[in-house]
Design a protein around this ligand. Structure first.
Ligand code: NAI
Ligand code: MG
Length: 332
């Protein structure tokens, strides 16, 4: 039996774009065992729980999970699921494609975002009527683990760059947060040096100005948790829409792949959602499971369809999800 892939459609257009991504995966006949599982708003209504323990366990035990989107319960679903796959890095590529209107058509960057700590580690408190605080957590171990991943990522040529000489940029604010971001920066740069990978650094506020002015200055960008969240959304804005952006939450022996977009209630149920983000998430899943050639074929097919059509409404076309998916599968 091949790898076990847990498939969670979730709510809204998750129920439309995940089947599209599945159709693309099935086109290869790689012997995957697909196991579907429930999570999200509808699951909460039906069972009282947005993320049933069974779904958590399935994701934790799988080789990989493909997730669509959840509605109001998104945080209750996606945060524990990232934990289920033990994810320490969030990989978010933002790439503009020929044929798609983009603010910056030359954008081709990948964010590697720390996925477990920083200001998202949940240590918040209300000390008085007037005062709330947040404790920021940065460990050398998590910073180094992220850096090890970044070094492998650029060395494998999995990013927009190929080879250690192209390296990566670490974005931080260590001039102000000297202890926490200082630790993060020092550990990341020291791992890069040990691995012989070129790495430079950029203050994250300066980065936020320089990226939209000239995205070609950057390839792979390594960030603390919050900075990665915000800066990757900034990059998403440069490439022409949420319907295009895939992501991966990678753990030690497991990973979860999901489009960046949500349930799109304004178009859900109409069969007109753009399946590209979900299909590109499936391409990342293939690459993660060492089916690099198949992953590349999916990327090529998607790129061909984006360039020549058919296109969904968000990209100015009038094709349905099914028509776009069929065109992608056709090119495979
Ligand atoms: P959204 O991403 O669902 O939609 C934003 C806009 O982009 C909408 O106009 C939508 O139609 C459009 N859009 C998004 N994906 C598209 C696609 N594949 N094709 C065509 N158009 C697309 O974000 P929004 O509206 O802020 O959130 C809606 C719901 O989704 C909320 O309940 C939110 O909690 C949830 N959400 C879930 C996420 C997750 O499960 N990871 C992530 C973001 C939001
Ligand atoms: Mg975000």
């Amino acid at each position: 039996m091949g790898e076990e892939i847990v498939v969670i459609e979730g709510d809204g257009i998750g129920r439309e774009v995940v089947p599209a991504a599945l159709e693309v995966l099935e086109a290869f006949d790689l012997g995957f065992e697909f196991v579907s599982a429930e999570a999200g708003d509808a699951t909460e209504e039906a069972t009282g729980e947005a993320l049933p323990a069974e779904t958590y366990e399935l994701a934790a035990d799988a080789d990989a999970t493909l997730f669509g989107a959840a509605g109001e319960t998104a945080a209750d679903v996606i945060l524990p699921l990232r934990d289920a796959v033990d994810s320490f890095v969030n990989v978010r590529p933002a790439r503009a494609y020929p044929g798609v209107d983009a603010v910056r058509p030359e954008t081709d960057v990948v964010f590697l975002r720390e996925n477990t700590e920083g200001v998202y580690s949940g240590h918040e408190g209300r000390l008085s009527e007037d005062l709330s605080t947040l404790t920021r957590v940065v460990t050398s171990s998590a910073s180094r683990e992220l850096a090890e991943f970044a070094c492998e990522f650029v060395t494998d040529g999995r990013g927009p760059v190929g080879g250690p000489e192209d390296g990566f940029t670490v974005a931080h604010k260590a001039n102000v947060m000297r202890e926490t971001d200082g630790r993060f920066r020092d550990e990341v740069l020291s791992v890069a040096e040990e691995r012989g990978v070129d790495a430079d650094e950029e203050l994250m506020d300066a980065f936020a100005t320089k990226l939209p002015l000239d995205p070609t200055q950057y390839g792979v960008v390594v960030c603390p948790n919050l900075a990665g969240d915000v800066l990757s959304d900034l990059a998403a804005g440069l490439v022409g829409g949420l319907g295009l952006l895939p992501s991966a939450n990678v753990g030690h022996d497991n990973a979860l792949f999901e489009p960046v977009h949500g349930t799109a209630p304004d178009i859900a149920g109409q069969g007109i959602a753009n399946p590209t983000a979900a299909v590109l998430s499936a391409a990342m899943l293939l690459e993660y499971l060492s089916y690099g050639e198949e992953g590349q074929r999916v990327r090529d097919a998607v790129e061909g369809v984006l360039s020549d059509g058919p296109r969904t409404g968000d990209l100015g076309g009038d094709a349905t999800t099914d028509e776009v998916t069929a065109a992608i599968v056709d090119r495979l």
